[in-house]
Design a protein around this ligand. Structure first.
Ligand code: HGY
Ligand code: MN
Ligand code: MN
Ligand code: MN
Length: 411
């Protein structure tokens, strides 16, 4: 499987170049889906794909593809290497971009070594993997596999009141290809782990064999605004206090469960949001995850029951809206074994693991045999400017990806 290696300087240079595109006035990296800054990142990626002599294709949800049809192999299903280039707010430079740029690097390396692949090889940057501006996350790949109808996706209203389809048109990435126009023969995604396991165990390669389920909800609690000074505690319908009880409920339950269940309240807003007014409304998000579907359902049911009893106790109205729901996914064992073999043949220690984060592979696995490769995250930190992975690990991971793709492209 092993052959020539990637051009490390080219890959590392591109990761750093893309990592500087989309910084706000505070220097934070923010390339939210279909935003002006993300357009700049997209344009840079497309320019690199073109320079590499690949065919560029954009589909209606803005997914970008760079396709190498070597040897004139026309419509054979391609080997697809993907990830994303949109980011969260205050992001690191590796999440998504590392896998996307490594995919391009792998194709350029295979072209340069004169490989004649048995099928096309393509790299994809999927739209709105992060889901920060438009829910759900992994939206571009979800539409790609038919898990969300394209017109509903394009009609999605963002946290800033914009409409995704209009924004894609505005930035020039409302493509004409039908989502799903390329049905992959196989899919492989290289990504930073975004967690502490590989670094803690001193292992450079993670062989990802499954991905946990994700449940996103937005909860609205409605009480009564009232004077902070004159209203006795017993007479309050305090939406803010009720919301705080939900946060504590989720943490205590997850902590006591000694299962892998994790729960996060990442966004919260109060109305009228004034220091001396009891909040009449609290709106917040709940992110629940678990590798086991039955347990994830139990957590969702436990939260629903708690919200019901809380509504009575606190005399407030409570409603919950589902924003995203993805079941746990098991990857294709034959590709998982290829990843393991490629790592070992490069003399790299590796270990099998579950992904805590959601990825586009979670969606593409619905239509093609898929697997993922992880590299260590320093301190397990991600979705944070401190996100870091050592160059040596970045290059090692990309070479494992190269060897897996070379093998898939010649079988
Ligand atoms: O939420 C996630 O895990 C992904 O990064 N969108
Ligand atoms: Mn990611
Ligand atoms: Mn992410
Ligand atoms: Mn992700």
């Amino acid at each position: 499987m092993t052959g020539p290696s990637i051009d490390a300087a080219r890959l590392l240079g591109r990761i750093r170049t893309l990592g500087e595109i989309g910084r706000d006035s505070d220097g934070r990296l923010v390339r939210l889906a279909a935003s002006d800054t993300e357009k700049l990142g997209r344009d840079q990626f497309v320019a690199w794909i073109r320079d590499a002599g690949l065919e560029v294709a954009v589909d209606r949800i803005g997914n970008i593809f760079g396709i190498w049809k070597a040897g004139g192999v026309a419509d054979e299903a391609p080997i697809l290497i993907g990830s994303h280039i949109d980011t969260v707010i205050g992001a690191g430079i590796y999440d998504g971009c590392y896998g996307t740029l490594s995919g391009l690097e792998v194709i350029e390396t295979l072209k340069a070594e004169g490989l004649t692949p048995s099928r096309p090889i393509a790299v994809a940057a999927f739209t709105n993997e992060e889901g920060v501006r438009y829910a759900p996350d992994m939206m571009g790949s979800l539409v790609y596999v038919g898990g969300l109808d394209i017109d509903s996706a394009l009609a999605t209203i963002g946290t800033d009141g914009t409409i995704l389809g209009r924004e894609l048109e505005r930035i020039g990435y409302a493509g004409e290809h039908r989502p799903g126009f390329l049905k992959p023969h196989a899919y492989i995604e290289l990504h930073i782990e975004q967690g502490p396991v590989l670094e803690r165990e001193g292992i450079p390669v993670g062989v990802v064999e499954d991905l946990q389920g994700i449940s996103w909800q937005r909860v609205t609690i409605t009480g009564d605004a009232n004077h902070a000074g004159t209203t006795p505690i017993s007479m309050r319908r305090d939406a803010g206090h009720a919301a705080a009880r939900v946060v504590t409920f989720l943490r205590e339950r997850a902590k006591a469960s000694n299962t892998p269940t994790v729960a996060t309240v990442g966004c919260m807003s109060f109305e009228p949001n004034a220091i001396n007014v009891i909040p009449s409304r609290a709106i917040f998000t709940v992110d629940l995850r678990d590798p086991d579907e039955d347990r994830l359902r139990e957590e969702e049911a436990a939260l629903a029951n708690f919200l019901e009893s809380l509504s009575t106790e606190e005399q407030v109205g409570i409603s919950a809206e589902r924003l995203a729901r993805f079941e746990p996914v098991k990857f294709d064992q034959s590709i998982v074994r290829l990843v393991e073999k490629a790592a070992r043949e490069r003399g790299l220690a590796c270990r099998r693991m579950t992904s805590g984060a959601g990825h586009d592979a979670q969606m593409i696995a619905r239509i093609a045999p898929s697997a993922m490769i992880f590299v260590p995250s320093a301190g397990g930190i991600s979705h944070n400017p401190k996100e870091f992975t050592a160059d040596e690990d970045l290059v090692a991971g990309a070479n494992v990806l190269l060897d897996v793709v070379r093998r898939l492209a010649t079988e």
